[in-house]
Design a protein around this ligand. Structure first.
Ligand SMILES: [Zn+2]
Length: 395
């Protein structure tokens, strides 16, 4: 039975990988995700369903288009196979090797697994687009975050997979989310201006080449447009204003007004079962999303104010926010400190190999996330003495 699960997950992973190919190709070129249907990028003719089977079709066609016989990039089956291996590997690690406490049985924990698998697939897509185009597709991060919030609310994962937060933090998270919604609305009404608006990356030219890794030096663009990074980052501070104010208000309401605090504790206990347990899990995912985003956005704001040039991409903040929505607040916090180690090791390797190949930060966040997801229990054990300070991180 479990072999059938694995085979099904591998096949499903390959199909997700096939979809990722579409995401990678079209999102980085600003094309529509649905229309037109799959077509050969060389001759433009539609690909029939039996030529669109992940990995298999590429092997059967020996890497050539059936109609124009031009070669099809091996990148496509590679992405499909990588996704299948990532997702299948995660299944084996969680449910066969039991490397994580509280994984339970697949038949019961599959919604949690779907969220984690979507995160890995999203991170793979983000990494590939980031490496080849120096852009993080925010849409991919949003989709993963939305799936995570929905799974948390509908089928709460165990607290080992989604650490619950105390009611006061949950209230602050909900208030901050409302604040972000307000800011987005104000931005849509053009009452708030987006930051670095003139320094936006120019639209990609569809050169047909798979790899075009020219890092768009945002500093050069900023200078050319006369953008003052310190002034621009203040726009982002303004954007975050409503979220911070509402979160502070929620904190005061829950802690200083006894009646409000008691009422909130009643509807939002760490209890299990419908609906209190679902609400608690949803808050945990939401706080995870905000904590993940705050780490990088905070450093971005401080760094830009301090050094006077754009520090850290906003896309990286969205990546870590998605990680937090899926895994709760602890994983992105660990990733935030571990990812720089990977990036530094790579920089050292480049230095020793005397090669000049800059890499964006997104792939390092993705690598660190995978490592922390797999070795989470060990990381927590190492940090237990420090976590003792927070009496609410019960695991
Ligand atoms: Zn063709």
């Amino acid at each position: 039975m479990e072999i059938i699960h694995l085979l099904f997950i591998l096949a499903f992973g390959a199909c997700v990988g096939s979809f990722l190919n579409v995401v990678i190709y079209r999102l980085s070129r600003g094309q529509n995700m649905v229309f037109p249907g799959s077509h050969c990028p060389k001759c433009g003719r539609a690909i029939r369903w039996f030529d669109n089977i992940p990995v298999v079709s590429w092997l059967v066609l020996r890497g050539r288009c059936r109609q124009c016989h031009k070669p099809i990039s091996p990148g496509y089956p590679l992405v499909e196979a990588s996704t299948a291996i990532l997702v299948g590997g995660l299944y084996v690690c969680y449910f066969w090797l039991d490397i994580r406490d509280g994984a339970g049985r697949f038949t019961h924990s599959w919604p949690m697994f779907v969220a984690h698998a979507c995160l890995l697939a999203g991170l793979l897509a983000c990494s590939i687009i980031d490496i080849s185009h120096w852009i993080v597709p925010l849409e991919a991060c949003w989709v993963v975050s939305a799936i995570a919030l929905a799974v948390a609310a509908a089928a709460p994962p165990s607290s080992q997979f989604l650490p619950r937060v105390p009611p006061v933090l949950g209230a602050m998270g909900l208030a901050a989310a409302i604040g972000l919604g307000v800011s987005l609305l104000l931005q849509r009404m053009r009452l708030l201006q987006p930051s670095f608006i003139d320094a936006r990356d120019p639209p990609l030219k569809d050169t047909g080449s798979e790899e075009s890794s020219e890092p768009p030096t945002s500093i050069a663009i900023s200078k050319a447009h006369g953008v003052n990074p310190r002034l621009e980052i203040l726009r982002e501070v303004l954007f975050l204003g409503p979220a911070v104010i509402l979160a502070a208000g929620a904190y005061l309401l829950v802690t200083k007004v006894p009646a409000a605090g008691q009422a909130w504790a009643q509807v939002s206990t760490e209890a299990s079962g419908w609906p209190a347990g679902n609400f608690a899990a949803f808050q945990a995912a939401l706080v995870g999303y905000l904590v993940g985003g705050t780490w990088i956005w905070g450093i971005r704001i401080l760094g830009t104010l301090g050094f006077g040039k754009e520090a850290m991409g906003l896309g990286d903040a969205h990546i870590l926010a998605a990680v937090g929505a899926v895994c709760g607040w602890i994983v992105p916090s660990l990733v935030f400190f571990i990812a720089p180690i990977f990036a530094l090791l790579w920089a050292l390797h480049l230095l020793l190999a005397r090669r000049q190949r800059e890499l964006p930060y997104g792939p390092w966040l993705a690598t660190a996330t995978l490592v922390v997801m797999l070795f989470y229990d060990g990381c927590l054990e190492l940090l237990r003495p420090y976590f003792a300070a927070f009496q609410w991180t019960r695991t």
